[in-house]
Design a protein. Structure first.
Length: 334
C-alpha cells in the first residue's frame, strides 16, 4: 500500500520504516494540508496527528485514500461524514495516554494549588519573598471527574493518593469501578455543586461542545478550580473568562483551548480564504485573554507527550496499518 505519514519527527520515522518493503512509505514533518494532499494524491493510507487538516476539502484531494490512521485517541478533528460517504476507514489509538494525561492533569492542578509558575518566576528573578504565594491543600478536598473512562479513572486513582474525595459524572456508570476505586457517581449538576476541583475527561464533538458554559460555572462552588485536558471546545472560552475575572473560579489549568489551530498560529487567519465566523472571533479573543490571566496555567496540548506515550502511539499506529493491510482492521472508529 502507499502510505503517507504526516507530522513525523525524524526519530519517529524509524517506526514507520518497518512497513517496508511490503509498502511504499513517505514521511513528512509537516501536518497534512491541501498542498500535502496534492503532493501525495496517490496515498491509500494517511497517518497523522491532531495538527493535520482532515476535513473534506483536503480529503477529497486524496482519491485513492482507504484508511486514516490517526495517531490520537480523539477523532473529532476528522470529517467522519465525508469518510463514510467516500468509503474511508478510520482507526485510532485508544489507550496510549491513560497515565500520561492523568499525570498532566495533576501537574496543572498542583501548579495552581501551590502557585508554582509564579513562585518559580519570582525566584528566577532573585526575589524570594513569600507574599502572595500561599496555596491550598488537595487533601480533604472534593474532586469532580467529568468523564470516568480510562483517563478519568486514572485521575481518580491519583486523587486517592492525595487524600481527595472523588465524585464522577458519566453517561455510562460502572458500579464495579466505583466500588473498586472508591468514588461515587453523581449527576453533572451535583458534581458541579460539590467539587472543589472539576477535571474534564470527555471526548470532543457536538455532544460535548460547550458542555461547561455560563450556567455550569454559576452552579460551581465559589473558588473552585477547573482542569481541562480533554478538548478546548468542551469549555466555552468566554464563559470561562467571565467566571475567572468575576472571582467565581479561583483558577484554571488548561492543556487545550478553543480554536486551538488559530491560537497556535494567528497568521493562519490571514492565510485562509474563508472569513472567520463571529463566534470563532469571540472564542479566539476569549482564549487570548485566558493566556494572560494570572490565575490560569496553559500548556500547549502536551498532556499526551511523554517518551513512553509517544512510543505507544507509534507502535499501535503501525500495528493498525499492518492489520488493515492484512484485511483484519483493528481499532476502527469508522
Amino acid at each position: 500500500m502507499r502510505i503517507a505519514v504526516f507530522e513525523a519527527e525524524e526519530w519517529e520515522r524509524a517506526a514507520f520504516e518497518r512497513l517496508r518493503p511490503h509498502h511504499r512509505v513517505v514521511c513528512s514533518p509537516e501536518p497534512l494540508d491541501a498542498a500535502g494532499a496534492e503532493a501525495h494524491a496517490d496515498a491509500q493510507v494517511v497517518t497523522a496527528f491532531i495538527r493535520s487538516d482532515l476535513g473534506a476539502d483536503v480529503l477529497r484531494r486524496l482519491p485513492d485514500l482507504k484508511l486514516i490512521a490517526t495517531r490520537s485517541t480523539g477523532y473529532d478533528h476528522i470529517d467522519l461524514g465525508y469518510c463514510r460517504t467516500a468509503g474511508i476507514s478510520v482507526c485510532n489509538v485508544p489507550d496510549y495516554g491513560d497515565p500520561t494525561v492523568a499525570e498532566h492533569a495533576f501537574a496543572l492542578l498542583l501548579a495552581i494549588s501551590r502557585r508554582i509558575v509564579e513562585a518559580a518566576d519570582r525566584t528566577r528573578r532573585g526575589d524570594f519573598a513569600m507574599e502572595g504565594l500561599r496555596g491550598f491543600d488537595l487533601a480533604g478536598r472534593t474532586l469532580g471527574v467529568v468523564g470516568a473512562g480510562r483517563i478519568g479513572r486514572r485521575v481518580i486513582q491519583i486523587a486517592a493518593g492525595f487524600g481527595m474525595t472523588v465524585v464522577a459524572a458519566d453517561r455510562r456508570p460502572d458500579p464495579d469501578a466505583a466500588r473498586r476505586l472508591g468514588f461515587a457517581y453523581v449527576s453533572l449538576p451535583e458534581l458541579l455543586a460539590r467539587a472543589d476541583v472539576v477535571s474534564l475527561h470527555v471526548p470532543g464533538g457536538p455532544e460535548t461542545f460547550d458542555l461547561i458554559s455560563d450556567a455550569e460555572f454559576a452552579a460551581m462552588k465559589p473558588g473552585a478550580v477547573l482542569i481541562n485536558t480533554a478538548r478546548g471546545g468542551v469549555v466555552n472560552a468566554a464563559a470561562l473568562v467571565r467566571a475567572l475575572t468575576s472571582g467565581r473560579l479561583a483558577g484554571a489549568g488548561l492543556d487545550v483551548v478553543a480554536e486551538e489551530p488559530l491560537v497556535r498560529e494567528e497568521a493562519e487567519i490571514f492565510r485562509t480564504d474563508a472569513a472567520l465566523r463571529p463566534d470563532q472571533l469571540r472564542s479566539l479573543l476569549a482564549t487570548n485573554t485566558l493566556l494572560r490571566l494570572p490565575n490560569v496555567v496553559v500548556t500547549p496540548h502536551v498532556a499526551y507527550d511523554t517518551r513512553e506515550a509517544v512510543q505507544r502511539i507509534l507502535e499501535t499506529s503501525v500495528a493498525n496499518i499492518e492489520a488493515f493491510a492484512r484485511g483484519e482492521p483493528r481499532n476502527l472508529v469508522l
